[in-house]
Design a protein around this ligand. Structure first.
Ligand code: SF4
Length: 382
């Protein structure tokens, strides 16, 4: 089972906290779609044997594409790859793009899952974030999507925002629950280098939540969504009635994925490739007939560490069989696992290693403690 990720590198405007790859110049959108189609065709020779179960349009802002551009891309995937009949096709969209007309067209094209970037229901927060929408647009987007018949809605919300009190976060959560989506993703605001947010924080113009406040907000997130019937199946992802994101779940379980577009990366369980994160360079390379990529061959250590890092974040945990296929850790490693078990932060079943609820608060630190270090690398190359 494999997934196909297509990166659409355009946005209406630059959100002040964002360091993803995108451009606000849309004059060459058609040219970019043609290049994405070229890359899809070029990579198909190697990926022909794979059965694709998911197609995910991420970005950037994929909902900025015209329906004709989107159709071209979906057709190109279907005509060059083996795609299962029950394929999950997800479109990330901004609330202000979710008009009845657009939604109707996306549905006709086979899009069956929407991931709507609400981020906040507070217009003051949306304003400093420089989002292109307001809270009312989000409510309309969800109403319209339901009216058109989308029954796989995922809504994104952010916490750790400047001046956010616990009560404000609770109100945000109650509002999103009220909309009754099948899936909710909630991410903590991070201050990325070279963003307007990082400049404002350095200048003291904005104060983001402290680590303790973020932890309190995370705990409130988990308990409030649990009480509302949402299962936390990954640290930042919650689903009702097993409406998991099939695309992201296959990624977290270590499946292969094809990545198309500037800055996208792909993984075939042996190698990872990274596409150029520059639209012009990406277009020029493809015009010359070459793939705009850098390839990294993963060592057994890399694969082991990656399985730990992504697997521990999920409710399924890390598969021991998958993990030990790559490398055999030493006694010291098993002792670290045991220490975390004794502290009630990790549990082991016969087949998996998983975090407890308390362990999820420390997921990154625990994962990095379980990484294997390749000590055979000579110091001279470090
Ligand atoms: S819409 Fe998304 S990708 Fe685009 S600038 Fe905002 S946060 Fe970044």
């Amino acid at each position: 089972m494999s997934g196909c990720y297509i990166h659409i590198p355009f946005c209406a405007q630059k959100c002040s906290y964002c360091d993803f790859h995108f451009s606000t110049n849309h004059t060459y959108q058609d040219e970019m779609v043609d290049a994405l189609c070229t890359e899809l065709e070029m990579r198909s020779k190697v990926w022909l044997q794979e059965n694709f179960e998911t197609i995910y349009f991420g970005g950037g802002t994929p909902s900025i594409l015209t329906p004709i551009q989107l159709q071209k891309l979906i057709n190109q995937v279907k005509s060059n790859y083996q795609v299962v009949d029950s394929v999950e096709i997800t479109l990330e969209c901004n609330p202000d793009d979710c008009s009845l007309e657009n939604l109707q067209k996306w549905k006709e094209l086979g899009v069956n899952r929407l991931s709507i970037g609400i981020q906040s229901f507070n217009d003051d927060q949306l304003k400093w974030m420089n989002r292109s929408h307001q809270a009312a647009d989000s409510l309309n987007a969800v109403k319209n999507a339901k009216q058109v018949g989308f029954d796989e809605l995922s809504l994104d919300l952010m916490y750790g925002l400047p001046n956010m009190t616990l009560q404000e976060w609770k109100d945000q959560l109650l509002q999103i629950i009220e909309l009754n989506p099948e899936h909710i993703s909630a991410y903590c605001l991070t201050v990325e280098q070279k963003t307007a947010l990082s400049k404002w924080v350095k200048e003291g113009k904005l104060v983001v939540s402290s680590n303790d406040q973020q932890s309190e907000q995370f705990e409130l997130l988990v308990s409030t969504l649990k009480d509302a019937g949402y299962e936390q199946y990954e640290i930042s992802n919650f689903a009702r009635n097993e409406h998991y994101s099939r695309h992201n779940t296959s990624y977290w379980k270590g499946s292969k994925y094809l990545g198309i577009g500037p800055s996208a990366h792909g993984y075939n369980q042996t190698e990872r490739y990274w596409n150029q994160a520059n639209n012009k360079v990406y277009l020029n390379e493809l015009k010359k007939g070459s793939l705009p990529e850098t390839i990294e061959t993963l060592s057994d250590f890399d694969r082991f560490n990656e399985l730990v890092m992504i697997g521990l974040r999920t409710k399924w945990g890390v598969s021991k069989q998958q993990l030990f296929e790559n490398s055999a850790p030493n006694e010291e490693w098993f002792q670290i696992v045991k220490n975390y078990e004794d502290k009630n932060l990790l549990v082991q079943t016969e087949e998996h290693i998983l975090l407890t609820n308390a362990g999820r608060l420390l997921a990154d630190a625990i994962a990095s403690d379980l990484f294997l270090i390749d000590t055979s690398t000579p110091l001279s190359v470090l």
